[in-house]
Design a protein around this ligand. Structure first.
Ligand code: UT7
Length: 308
């Protein structure tokens, strides 16, 4: 079966930076509390899933040196589409000038990873090149008077170009799953705002992420010692730390961008990946462990060998 390789990547971010100090002016909170409890210092606010996703997509196509006409499918992971109908992916397809199927998928913060799972199947069954985007406009669905939620989230997007290979490819192992019995932990009703049982989510998240990461490593017949860099979902620095501790990996080997972007849900893993690349932290041949969890609850992990 054809495998998968990653040939392009990019990010899209609103310009507006909202610092913890700025939030402290209207909410009963402080930079100290937010930074200590979450690791977040600031977040980006603005744009929309389509504009941020489009920016990330253009950047990724540029790195891959691919024209929009060369894309076989666009997958947009988002929990915050521009509107209920139509989906947001066709807007990005139209703006790019691509002629291919385009669809939204929602697996909350695991959305990008679910997209990778679906893309793997499409590439194994005949597609040649897929544009996978994670884009979120969470600021629209946050109650800015609720200090427990308002400090956590940010807007942004990350995108990758995935291509089929004749050999096994660079996706070495995978794990994906969901447990709808935990749907009450994080939710947002139509017309409502994001609600979360933070403590219980935290407790579950660490265990779920670690178990999923270990299953993906097993699937790849690798161990944590083989992993050069962990790219985790960016929900809380303390979750990243606890997951690293349980996986037995030094925190220096995990990418963290939560201080600058907060929790960007479907965009968080591709954003972290792109920042790590921009900072020269990933070399050809490196084994990466991508792992995430989110509302649903959903989870997914991938073991990826960096191409080149
Ligand atoms: O990507 C989706 C998945 N999401 C997550 O994984 C998030 C998981 N959960 C978390 O990251 C943490 O539970 C939070 C960061 C959401 C909260 O941290 P916590 O340490 O669990 O705090 P808490 O909710 O237990 O609240 C502790 C105290 C409370 O006050 P009392 O009852 O002890 O007097 C809160 O009212 O902190 C208070 N508090 C705040 N204080 C200042 C809650 N939010 C704030 C705030 N500023 N922004």
């Amino acid at each position: 079966m054809p495998g998968l390789t990653l040939t392009g990547w990019g990010k899209g971010l609103p310009e507006r930076v909202v610092t913890n100090d700025e939030l402290s002016r209207t909410l009963d909170t402080s930079d100290e509390w937010i930074a200590e409890r979450t690791g977040i210092r600031e977040r980006r606010v603005g744009g929309s899933a389509s504009t941020l996703g489009l920016a990330a997509a253009r950047a990724a196509l540029g790195v891959a040196n691919v024209e929009p006409a060369g894309i076989d499918a666009i997958l947009l992971a988002t929990t915050t589409p521009d509107r209920l109908i139509p989906a947001t992916a066709p807007l990005i397809q139209e703006a790019l000038g691509a002629q291919c199927p385009a669809v939204d998928l929602n697996a909350a913060c695991s959305g990008f990873m679910y997209g990778l799972w679906i893309a793997r199947g499409l590439l194994a069954t005949g597609s040649k090149r897929i544009l996978l985007i994670g884009a979120e406009h969470l600021s629209r669905w946050v109650d800015w008077d609720d200090r427990a939620m308002a400090v956590l989230f940010g807007d942004g997007a990350g995108a990758v170009v995935l291509e089929s290979t004749d050999d096994r490819g660079d996706l070495l192992g995978f794990d994906v799953g969901s447990d709808g019995s935990l749907m009450h932990l994080i939710s947002c009703e139509h017309g409502g705002t994001i609600q979360m049982d933070g403590k219980e989510t935290f407790r579950r998240a660490v265990r779920i992420m670690v178990d999923s990461a270990q299953r993906a490593l097993k699937d790849a017949s690798l161990s944590i010692e083989d992993v050069a860099l962990v790219v985790p979902h960016q929900a809380n620095q303390r979750i990243i730390q606890a997951a690293c501790d349980r996986l037995g990996v030094d925190i220096d080997r995990a990418v963290s961008v939560i201080d600058r972007y907060g929790n960007t849900s479907s965009a968080s893993i591709p954003l972290a990946l792109v920042v790590a690349l921009d900072e020269g932290r990933i070399k050809p041949g490196d084994v990466l462990l991508l792992t995430g969890f989110g509302a649903g609850m959903t989870w997914a992990s991938a073991v990826l060998r960096w191409p080149g």
